[in-house]
Design a protein around this ligand. Structure first.
Ligand SMILES: [Zn+2]
Length: 242
């Protein structure tokens, strides 16, 4: 099997397909409520229904996709109640993260967070909005990773992914509700070991992110060929490797 053959075999696995759909949702290329038509996804990814169904089931477990009997799959559209619940949990977890970091856990690795905020700022300034949205979520998950608690990280990763989906629903598409200035201020307080200030800033930040998300609803139509076409070239079809 040549390299291209094995690469294309890997990219047709359910995990790889789920990953590409997840990235499209989290980069706001697929809006909440968008219909994920199986037949179209089969064409786009060049696979049969089996792997597509498995990929969609995996995303449904992560609350990013809703599977509706007899209607099919849709990008999830979280309710207001769910938005509040997600942010309530984030506040509990992320204030615990701040507290642990200030009591010495992972303090030595705070520098890596500083360079991540630098990339976040750069992505915003160069108008690379998908990268900006991704990096602003990673600020929160990477900070949590410094605690070394993998169960906590799994929980927060899921909540941050759902927040990013929510931000596509309630904020205009392509914008991150996080401000990197807030992130810088939180990092500065952590760096100074000021637990009280860091917790207050994190709490205020999460509150403002939640409020921004409730701004205005987005619309949900999407052309799946267009969303995945740039990297997959499904329209051309004849460019199959090997
Ligand atoms: Zn943030």
């Amino acid at each position: 099997m040549s390299d291209t053959d094995s690469a294309s075999a890997n990219s047709s696995k359910p995990e790889a397909i789920a990953e590409r759909i997840r990235a499209a949702i989290l980069e706001h290329r697929l809006a909440p409520g968008a219909k994920l038509t199986e037949a179209q996804l089969c064409e786009v990814f060049g696979v049969k229904r089996g792997p597509i169904r498995q990929a969609l089931a995996q995303l449904a477990t992560d609350h990013l996709v809703d599977l509706e009997p007899n209607r099919g799959a849709f990008v999830a559209s979280p309710s207001l109640q769910e938005v509040h619940e997600v942010f309530e949990m984030r506040r509990i977890i992320e204030l615990a993260v701040v507290e642990r970091l200030c009591s010495g856990h992972g303090m030595r690795r705070l520098k890596s967070i500083g360079s991540m905020i630098g990339r976040e700022r750069k992505a915003f300034e160069t108008r690379d909005f998908p990268a900006w949205i991704r990096l602003s979520g990673e600020f929160h998950t990477e900070l949590a990773a410094l605690t070394g608690n993998t169960v906590l990280c799994d929980c927060l990763n899921g909540l941050v992914a759902r927040s990013t989906l929510i931000s596509a629903l309630y904020e205009s598409l392509g914008r991150s509700p996080c401000s990197f200035e807030d992130h810088e201020a939180i990092l500065a307080a952590l760096d100074a070991g000021d637990a009280k200030e860091a917790a207050a800033l994190m709490s205020r930040h999460l509150q403002s992110v939640e409020l921004k998300m409730l701004d205005r609803p987005a619309r949900g139509a999407a052309d799946l060929h267009e969303v995945f076409g740039a990297r997959n070239d499904a329209h051309k079809g004849k460019s199959a490797p090997g």
